[in-house]
Design a protein around this ligand. Structure first.
Ligand SMILES: *[C@@H]1O[C@H](CO)[C@@H](O)[C@H](O)[C@H]1NC(C)=O
Ligand SMILES: CC(=O)N[C@H]1CO[C@H](CO)[C@@H](O)[C@@H]1O
Length: 480
């Protein structure tokens, strides 16, 4: 034994020297090591860039007891680690991931709380705490999804108290940014965007939406109010409490109720599309046109309906980006770094969300005569489907499922791996119920294959990149 140990001495030194040299060489490539560790552990990064408005932007994340534990984990391991000031407003006071949530419904009129059905969940929480939540109270009944979810129904009552409470909690902030549990906030981009506006003017920046004659900023896409706006709407609300309580009883969408109050307080919404996004990384049409604006050249400040996998993709992208560039990333940068590498001529078990022309046996039997030869055969196989796409000059992507349905599309959308779709919006929203029809086999359900015409995608990127030159650097929407 003694002999053996002595003999091993020099060998150990040699090995550890080699290891040290190896480690030094590896550590030299600090960036890749760093990217690697964030990928594995989601440790708060070493580098959260300095922002031009650091402590003056309050971020308010609105949640509820039925979703907070499940939905916020990914926030804490990604974006929240670089956001200096975060307030979590909920229907329940508790500590999640070491962070205090505030019950912002506590000041709602007690009569309303005891007589309005939407408050059943809230009263239940107050009486029994989180332990009292059953599956039924968490997710609602039936496969109907979000609208049936008691947490979601209660949510509309939070919007007006939330704005007032934010002002009291952060009276010195210049901006208040409101987001939800499935909103991905690109914080640096948001701060860069807000810094283009005069914060002494009342501003309501939102992703335009229209319900029942109310024009407002969609909640899930996130919206921002400057302090003068928050002060105005808060005062207006407190002066007309009963009126807004009645409105809230009648309406179903809290963001619309708040939007009306802001409008009533004399502030028009500023349409911040495409900076504020209603779509997620995987569902966005990368050349979607709204208000005559397409996203490509602009900087996203939010994405909506973002699932865990997308949070990770975007966070990894952002972290990589800040080590390389001073300027904030645009949609095109995200497309090129995150989306483009995933597009291929053929991707198995991938739903590309193609939603243009549809070809199937059934359609063929009804309308086959009106179609040309290539289209008539599109439903026969993946290759036939691809040929159908190739035969249309504008077609960029297609998908084929094993039941013999071919979709082709003129839009580019990433889509998602089939079995990951269930992560979207989380189980809490009740959207994850799988509707497997009678007689479906797993193979049929999962058998979607997608493809992109890569030469056309390259041309698409080239044309869109060129369009950015035409903006002459005006790539922030700061006037309408
Ligand atoms: C992007 O959308 C705009 C507006 O619909 C359209 O004019 C343009 O041709 C599209 N660009 C590409 C490359 O598809
Ligand atoms: C072949 C196939 O199933 N394609 C899918 C592409 O995306 C659309 C829109 O979501 C689906 O309806 C199709 O089923």
């Amino acid at each position: 034994m003694m002999f053996g140990q002595k003999r091993r001495g020099p060998r150990l030194i040699a090995i550890s020297t080699i290891l040290t040299i190896f480690l030094i060489l590896y550590l030299k490539d600090f960036k890749s090591l760093d990217a690697y560790s964030s990928l594995i552990t989601h440790q708060p990064r070493l580098k959260c860039p300095e922002s031009p408005l650091p402590s003056s932007v309050a971020v308010i994340l609105r949640t509820g007891a039925t979703e907070s534990q499940e939905k916020l984990a990914i926030h804490f391991s990604t974006i929240l680690s670089c956001i200096p000031d975060i307030l979590i407003y909920s229907d329940f006071t508790e500590t999640i991931f070491g962070h205090q949530t505030h019950d912002i419904l506590s000041d709602v009129n007690e009569d309303i709380k005891s007589t309005t059905p939407e408050f059943t969940l809230y009263n239940h929480l107050r009486a029994h705490g989180r332990e009292g939540l059953s599956y039924e109270t968490l997710y609602g009944s039936g496969p109907g999804g979000a609208q049936d979810n008691p947490g979601w129904k209660l949510d509309k009552w939070k919007f007006l108290p939330m704005v007032d409470r934010a002002l009291r909690d952060r009276p010195e902030a210049k901006w208040y940014v409101f987001v939800e549990g499935d909103t991905y906030l690109l914080y640096q981009n948001m701060v860069a965007y807000l810094s283009k506006f005069d914060a002494d003017i009342p501003y309501y920046l939102g992703k335009h939406m229209y319900i029942n004659g109310i024009f407002f900023g969609h909640g899930g896409s996130g919206f921002a109010l400057s302090r003068p706006a928050v002060e105005k709407v808060s005062r207006h609300w407190l002066d007309h409490l009963t009126e807004y309580d009645e409105l809230t009883q009648r309406e179903w969408a809290g963001d619309a109720i708040l939007g009306k109050a802001i409008k009533d307080a004399g502030i028009d919404m500023f349409s911040a599309f495409p900076h504020l996004q209603g779509d997620s990384l995987t569902t966005i049409d990368w050349n979607v046109s709204k208000l005559d604006r397409e996203p490509w050249c602009f900087a996203p400040t939010t994405f909506h309906h973002v699932n865990r996998a997308e949070f990770e993709m975007l966070w990894e992208f952002e972290q990589e980006w800040i080590t390389q560039y001073e300027d904030v990333p645009r949609f095109r940068d995200i497309f090129n770094s995150v989306v483009l590498p995933k597009l291929k001529p053929r991707v198995e078990d991938w739903d590309n969300l193609s939603s243009g022309m549809e070809y199937s046996e059934v359609i063929m039997s009804k309308e086959g005569a009106a179609l040309d030869q290539v289209e008539q055969e599109a439903h026969l196989s993946f290759d036939h489907c691809q040929d159908a796409c190739l035969s249309k000059a504008a077609c960029l992507q297609f998908s084929y499922n094993q039941k013999g349905v071919c979709f082709i599309s003129n839009e580019v959308k990433l889509g998602h791996e089939i079995d990951k779709s269930c992560l979207e919006y989380s189980d809490a929203a009740g959207k994850c119920t799988k509707h497997v029809e009678e007689g479906d086999t797993v193979a049929e359900k999962d058998g979607i294959t997608s493809g992109w015409i890569m030469t056309r995608v390259a041309e698409y990127v080239r044309v869109l990149d060129e369009s950015c030159l035409g903006l002459n650097g005006k790539d922030w929407i700061i006037e309408t």
